[in-house]
Write a protein that binds this ligand. Structure first.
Ligand code: NDP
Length: 246
């Protein structure tokens, strides 16, 4: 299936996997709506995409705000007429040990990684019902399949994203021809670890220093693969790890 003229909303497009995905999909002909909180980074990305002949719309948004989502959908409709694909990618990973009681960070993870994803889903479902098509890509993680110390809350959010993906697929696939894919990456070299404030976790992470991580482009390629399969073929899950990650 071609992405030519498809409208794709990508959250968390200001860095890492979201940024690489925006470049990859715009390069394949999609009109990308790039959203995140850091407007300057989004404007730089738009410039790069347009220099390479692609089309991008910047909408600054916090995924936890329902008003911001309303604005994303309004701007997308005004500019491109419809929504075909949502890549629910925005997320945070402030890993911490439970005993250190970083409860504000637990709240933020639940708000962004779960409620933010739900806000995205509820915003695009009307278009997908009406058009009897569409594709929702949710970025879960290896942490949505395997629990690690210091990852109790982060893993819980990523298990939730996997569960939601399967539930939405079961309801929207047969009835509205909508595809749903859960992407589950292992370690990817991005800015994700910068939100970690627990010093005990930094010590734990040093054991992974020799790991040859994935690049954001590897995940963008997986997303592109899921989106370009034929109409009758729905890729439900992609688990992708660095070769030497256990
Ligand atoms: P980055 O830190 O590079 O990207 C995270 C993105 O999320 C940023 O663009 C950030 O933009 C955005 N974001 C965070 N909070 C909000 C918010 N409240 N509203 C809107 N946007 C927000 O990390 P990655 O690219 O690695 O992460 C992308 C996704 O991939 C996440 O869901 C992560 O959990 C998942 N993942 C990452 C793995 C890895 O090893 N890197 C492995 C498995 C999954 P801004 O700050 O401008 O708002």
């Amino acid at each position: 299936m071609s992405l030519e003229n498809k409208t794709v909303i990508i959250t968390g497009a200001s860095s890492g996997i979201g940024e690489a995905t925006a470049k990859k999909l715009a390069g394949a002909g999609a009109k990308v709506v790039i959203t995140a909180r850091r407007t300057e980074r989004l404007n730089e990305l738009k410039e790069t995409i347009e220099k390479d002949g692609g089309t991008a719309l910047v909408v600054t948004a916090d995924v936890t705000s329902k008003d911001d989502w309303k604005n994303i959908i309004e701007k997308t409709h005004e500019t491109f007429g419809k929504v075909d694909v949502l890549v629910n990618n925005a997320g945070l990973m402030p890993l911490s040990f439970v005993e250190n009681l970083k409860t504000d960070e637990w709240d933020t993870m639940v708000d962004v990684n779960i409620k933010g994803v739900l806000n995205g889903v509820s915003s695009v479902v009307p278009d997908m019902k009406e058009n009897k098509s569409g594709h929702i890509i949710n970025i879960s993680s290896v942490a949505g399949r395997k629990i690690m110390p210091a990852g109790s809350v982060y893993c819980a959010t990523k298990y939730a994203v996997r569960a939601l993906s399967e539930g939405i697929r079961l309801e929207m696939g047969p009835k509205y021809n909508t595809k749903v894919t859960s992407i589950e990456p292992g370690f990817v070299a991005t800015e994700l670890t910068q939100t970690i404030t627990d010093d005990d976790v930094q010590d734990m992470l040093s054991q992974f220093a020799d790991l040859k991580t994935l690049e954001a482009e590897d995940i963008a390629n997986s997303i592109h693969y899921a989106l370009t399969q034929p109409e009758h073929s729905s890729v439900n899950e992609i688990l992708i790890r660095p070769t030497n990650q256990d």
